[in-house]
Structure formats: C-alpha cells, structure tokens
Design a protein around this ligand. Sequence first.
Ligand code: GTP
Length: 475
Amino acid sequence: EFVAMDPVKRLTSKLVLMPGRLLEQMPYCEEKHKAEKALSHVRFKYETEVGDLQVTIKKLKMKLCEELKPINQKEDVTALKEQIYDLSVENQKLKNELLEAQTNIAFLRSKLSALKCDYADHSLNPKRYETLVIFFLPRSSCCSYVNKGHESLALHDPIKRMIFTPFDVHSLPQSCFRSHLYSVRESIKYDSQMEFKHQREFQSSHGGQESSGGDASDTDVSPEATSLRAPIVDWQPPRCVSGGSTVTSSRKLIPALSSQVGSSGNTSAPESQKVYKIVLAGDAAVGKTSFLMRLCKNEFRGDISATVGVDCKMKTLIVDGEETVLQLWDTAGLERFGIISKSYFRKASGVLLLYDVTCERSFLNVREWLTMIEDASTQVVPIMLVGNKSDLRATAASEGQKCMPSHFGENLARTYGALFCETSAKDGSNVVETVLHLAREVKKRTEEEADSKAITILAGISSKESAQRKNCCNA
Ligand SMILES: Nc1nc2c(ncn2[C@@H]2O[C@H](COP(=O)(O)OP(=O)(O)OP(=O)(O)O)[C@@H](O)[C@H]2O)c(=O)[nH]1
C-alpha cells in the first residue's frame, strides 16, 4: 500500500511519523554520543601512550646502539689486529722470498760476470795468440807448436791447447817467453795458485830471468812472478810528463819512460822479488782502464769499452834506485760495491782511487769507495786519490759543467789520510808520477811493517833466551 502511494504522499506520511520516531530514539542517541565521547577519549589516550612508547623505544634503541658501539669497536680492533698479524706474517714471508731471490740474482750476476770475463778472454786471446804465433813463425824455426804439427790446434784454438796441455809451454823457445807469449797462457788462469806455482817452477828452471826489453805494451794479465816482463821505469826525482800527445793509437813512449826503458837491460831480479798489488777503483767511466793503458802501453783510446770483471797488468818501476814490481788490477766501475770488486781490495798493497774531475757524482762517491776499501781490506792500505781527466776541466767549465776544483780533492784526501794527484790519461800528465808516489808509499809501509814484525820476533826470541838463562841460573 505504501509502495503504491505516490511519492508526495509517501513523503508527507514520513514527515508525520518522524517526531514520534525521534522521540523514541532520544535516549539511545545520548548513550551513543556518550559512548562515542568515551571512545574517542580512550582512543586519544591510547594514541598518546603509543606515541610516548614509540619515543621511549627510539630513545632506548639509541641508548642500546651507543652501548653496543664500543663492543663493536673492540671486535673490529681484534679483527683488525688479526688481519695485521696475518699480513705481517705474509709480508715477512715475501721479504724472505725477496731476499732469497736477491741473493740468487747476486750469485747469478757474479757468475755471469765471470762467464763474461771468460768469454772476453776467449775472444781476445786467440787473436792475440795468433798475432804472436805469426810474429814468431819466421823467427823461430824451432817453435815446437809449428814443428810438431800442431799448427791447426795452435792457430784455431790456442786457448784450449794451452789449457789441456799446460806443460807443453816448457817446450816453447825462450824467445816466446821473452816476447810474452807465456803471458797469454797465464792470462787464462791468473787467479790459480797452481798456475802461479807452476810458473815459478818454470822461472827457476829458466834461471829466473826474463828480458823486459821489449815493447812497453806487453804487460797484460800475468801473475806475480812475471814482473820482469814489464817495462821498467826508473824514477829518481819526480818528473812531470808533458801533455804533448793527445789521442794516439801508435805506441809512443813518454819521455820519462823512453829514457828508462832502455835501462831495463838490468832485467835480472831475484825470484823472491816482492810484487805489490795495486787496485784501481772508482766509478764507471772515470778512466781507470785508460789510466792503466797510458801507464803500461803509453796509449790513449777514445773508444774504450767498459771493463767486464777485472783486468790485470804488470809494471816494473825503479823507485829510489830499487826495482819495484807492481801488479795493477783494473776493476769494473759498473760493479760498484759488488762482491767481485770488494774481494780485490782484501790483499791490496795500495789503491789508486780515481774520480772524474768533470763529474761531480764520481767525486761524491769517493767517500763510499773509501769506506768500502776500509771495510774490505785487512790492514791500513795506502790510497792515492786521483782526479782524472784534468785535460777536460777547462772545456767543461766553459760549457757550464760543474767541475771539481783541485782543492776539493786535496781536502778530501787529507781527511782520509790519502795521497792526492790530478792526472790526464789522455795527455799522460802525472800518470807515472802518481803511480810512483803510491809505489813509494806502499814500499815504505811494507818495510815498516816488516821491521815491526822483525822487532816483535827478536823481542820474542830475546825474552825466551833470558827466560832460558834464568832457568839455567836457577838450576
Ligand atoms: N779527455 C779524457 N778522456 C778520458 C780520460 N780518461 C778516460 N777518458 C775517456 O773516458 C771514457 C771512459 O774511460 P775508461 O778508461 O773506460 O773508464 P773506466 O773507469 O775504466 O770505466 P769502467 O771500465 O766502466 O769502470 C773513455 O771514453 C775514455 O776515452 C782523460 O784523462 N781525458
């Protein structure tokens, strides 16, 4: 019925019914309102409390974090310590490995330089030998090398021949020895004691005499007893070598030498003649080899190559009227402070320590060389500090290059109690004088040492004798 009514009627009837309904619903609404109020109050309270709790939780979290921090740090520190320990162990291990590798490298290097030296000897000596054989062929018809059908052996591999048949050398004619063919053989094994002994035996069997009247250039590698082969220079008053000659490849004698070489007719010297070992030291390219070449061959070459290993030459000089045999060892500057260089200072009678006056570095390194020589040698060794390449100073200075003035060298030498001299291997100035000065000092030192030893021995004997006499008296 209600549905069938038209909408206007329906609305009116609704409106008529409304107040009654409202009146019925009044208490319910109030209660609801109250409940809603209470609910919202509770909700507000709850929300506030939740908010407070959240703040407290946050605060607590922060506190916790702060308290946990040191614990974490401690853990970190221990972890880091462990890591550091592990790393240091590894580091030590690597260091040991590196040291081992470095030792191996040093060992291999020394082996390599020895091999290089051997190779250089082998490649040089056949040529030298061939020249010598050719030189002797027409002269000596009795040359056993040729006559015994060894031509091919002697010419193709003389070194091998000499090594494998060491006693064949006795069959060589005297002229060969006089002319230093013997020195080729010696140069192969000049370090060997046996070789030296054998050579001494040979010398004594040949009357202990050799002629040194030959060319000044024949002073190559040879052991101590070959002293007589070297040209002799007499040096009474010190004379200056004129700087006349420049680059020269021909064998020309310095005036100071030429007059004396002739006097080397007096070649007989007692077999027991002392040989003084002089070592040339200094940085690479300061002119050690050139110095030696000027001294022994009176030559200067501009295209000289770096020394490999070590080279040795003999030189006989007359110092204060006495024949003095010098064995001059040329070390490789590149091998600075290497094992090989050091070993040569061990039994040196004197040292020629060279630097280049036009190279500051070589001068600055002199101190290190001096320390090394001091460490390596068993006794106090006379040292001659040599400022070489003095001929270049003026040119180098004009080009703005820093050169070492003479007084620098003088002062340094004075500080270390060494002798000092400036030389030029190129023009030959002071080369002979320098060596003679050192030879003089070396001789003086050796004689003093021998005297002091003799005094000690005598003192020992006399004290023994007096003790014996005392015992005798007591008895
Ligand atoms: N102008 C001039 N040049 C020199 C002199 N001495 C050496 N030289 C040159 O310097 C260079 C090096 O000379 P070396 O004799 O090989 O030097 P070193 O000290 O033996 O060298 P290492 O064998 O490497 O130790 C060469 O080119 C020589 O020609 C000198 O007195 N004057």
